[in-house]
Design a binder for this molecule. Sequence first.
Ligand code: ZN
Length: 180
Amino acid sequence: MWMSPICLVSEAAEFAARRHTGMSRKGRGDEPYINHLAEVANLIATVTGGRDAELIAVGWLHDTIEDTPTTQGELAERFNARVAGLVAEVTDDMRLPKSTRRQLQVMEAPGKSPSAKLIKIADKISNIRARIHSDPSAEERADLTDYVDWAEKVVLGCRGVNAELDRMFDDTVKLARSTL
Ligand code: ZN
C-alpha cells in the first residue's frame, strides 16, 4: 500500500510509540523511550532537510526489532521493504553478549549503507546527550567516558555521508568531554 511521505512518518511514529510503551531510556531522568526515537528521527529530518521520509520513518522505528517483538517481515508489510531492511541493518543480534555486539558495531560500521550510517550516528548523538549530566557522579562519568570512547570508534566507520551530522556528533562529543 502506498503512503504519502507525511503519512509514512506519522504511521512510523505511532507504531514506535505503541511498541515501546512503558519503556524508559538509560540516562538522564529515565525519559520515556519515545523521546530517544523522536530525537533520532528529528536529527535525520534536520540534517537531510526532510528529503527522505522513509529514512525519517526508520529513525522512529530503528529500535523496534532490537527491543520489541517486531519482525522485519512485519515492518515490510506495514511500511515497505526499504524501511524494514534499514531497520534490520541497524539492529544488533541481542543473543550475543554486549561486548561482542559492541565489537561487531565497530567492525561492521564501514560496510553499512549510507542511510544506515546516518541512523547509527544520530543514535549515538542521542545516546551521548542522554548521558551528559551537569554534575555527574563517579559512576555517571565512567559510563559517559566508556560510551563516548566506543561511539567514536563506531562513528569513525560511518563518517562522510552528511557533513552536518558528522559535525553535530563532534560537537556532542566535545560537550560530553567538557563535563568529565
Ligand atoms: Zn536507538
